[in-house]
Design a protein around this ligand. Structure first.
Ligand code: NAP
Length: 358
């Protein structure tokens, strides 16, 4: 039995992961964590009998959540994922990583740590799991580009005027995936796709100009890799995160899963379109922050987290999200080559600034 900790066990990924762990029947859950949902955490603790449970951001600093595990699944949402990721790398763990914000805000720092400590990150994000599977064992020099697919979210064909009128309930209706609230809003603004470009850049060491976004409304092809000879290898499956979670836990092996198999003829057709960023300024802001580098991606992320929370609380409109992020980025004085403290400072200052914005 391998020992596993699930950080963010009460969330969309966390609960699916516990389903997978129950099905696999070869992991002992030794740690669980949540933010506020103590009643679900208690239920999970009753079933899995972990040695450690932790709540809140400070709970994630409990080092034994990580040190006692062989595998750590980081499925907390937002910048709260950064400290556990850093700790898990320093403790040389196998890390199944769903949290993308940590890589976005501290990509260079994480890349440096991975050179120093022999930890292994296996992506859980469906696109990155797909890319990981497509390039596994291949010579990186043979890759000509990564094709990151995007469903386009619920507002793919909306005009700017339509977007100005969307409500929280419209945003929370993702066409193909059922996910936590924050990532669902991020998918509607398309900042999520910007995050994923940054995540792919760091996880696979691929330059930004070799990462292409293609709209694929059916979300069956989770991403693809084009090789120098013109071959494209893709990974396809149902829109069920349990496949990517399970692969991250069993890698390099594959095990039978509980997810229904794809029946290609019943799909009929798969479509692919060019992606135009026109109505999605959040996507551009994400890439701009990556180009600027230093502490700027931490500012982008913190501003987005606060703006999304305000939107979900009905305090701001959908199109104010990019405005808030832009203002925070304009105000920020970038620090190059930031250490962890610089990143956490930028995160803290930005949250304070955006909290006060109207
Ligand atoms: N959902 C998906 O299908 C999907 C796909 C790809 C990638 N991801 C990524 O995976 C991560 C998790 O997404 P999700 O959709 O599962 O989110 P979610 O449903 O909102 O769950 C988030 C989890 O993190 C905990 N949490 C939230 N804020 C925290 C804090 N400040 N300190 C400690 N714990 C905190 C939550 O606890 P409470 O329940 O107590 O609030 C919950 O357990 C995100 O980074 C997302 O981008 C998700």
């Amino acid at each position: 039995m391998k020992k596993i900790s699930v950080l963010g066990s009460t969330g969309s990924i966390g609960t699916s992961a516990l389903d997978v762990i129950t099905h696999l029947n070869n992991f002992k859950v030794i740690g669980l964590s949540a933010n506020k949902n103590k009643s679900l955490l208690k239920k999970q603790a009753k079933k899995f009998k972990p040695e450690i449970t932790a709540v809140g951001r400070s709970g994630l600093k409990n080092i034994s959540l990580i040190s006692k595990a062989d595998v750590v699944l980081i499925s907390v949402v937002g910048a709260a994922g950064l400290i556990p990721l850093v700790n898990a790398i320093k403790l040389k763990k196998k890390i199944a990583l769903a949290n993308k914000e940590a890589i976005v805000i501290a990509g260079d720092l994480i890349a440096e740590l991975l050179k120093k400590y022999p930890a292994k990150i296996i992506p859980v994000d469906s696109e990155h799991s797909a890319i990981f599977q497509c390039i596994d064992g291949k010579n990186p020099k043979e890759i000509s580009k990564i094709i990151l697919t995007a469903s386009g979210g619920p507002f793919r064909n909306y005009s700017k005027k339509d977007l100005s009128e969307v409500k929280v309930k419209d945003v929370l209706k993702h066409p193909t995936w059922k996910m936590g609230r924050k990532i669902t809003v991020d998918s509607a603004t398309m900042i999520n796709k910007g995050f994923e470009v940054i995540e792919a850049h760091y996880l696979f060491g691929i330059p930004y100009e070799k990462i292409e976004i293609v709209i694929h409304p059916q979300s069956i092809v989770h991403s693809a890799v084009e090789f120098v000879d013109g071959s494209i290898i893709s990974q396809m499956s149902r829109t069920d995160m349990r496949i990517a979670i399970q692969y991250a836990l069993t890698y390099p092996e594959r095990k039978i899963s509980t997810v229904k198999k794809l029946d290609l003829p019943s799909l009929g057709k798969l479509e692919f379109f060019n992606f135009s960023t026109g109505n999605f300024p959040c996507f551009e802001l994400a890439l701009t922050s990556a180009r600027i580098g230093g502490t700027m991606p931490a500012v982008l992320n913190a501003a987005n987290e606060v703006a999304v929370k305000k939107f979900l609380e009905g305090k701001i409109r959908f199109l104010q999200i990019p405005k808030f992020i832009e203002k925070a980025m304009k105000k920020h004085r970038v620090k190059k080559n930031p250490d962890l403290e610089d990143i956490l400072d930028a995160d803290f200052e930005t949250r304070k600034f955006v909290e006060e914005m109207k």
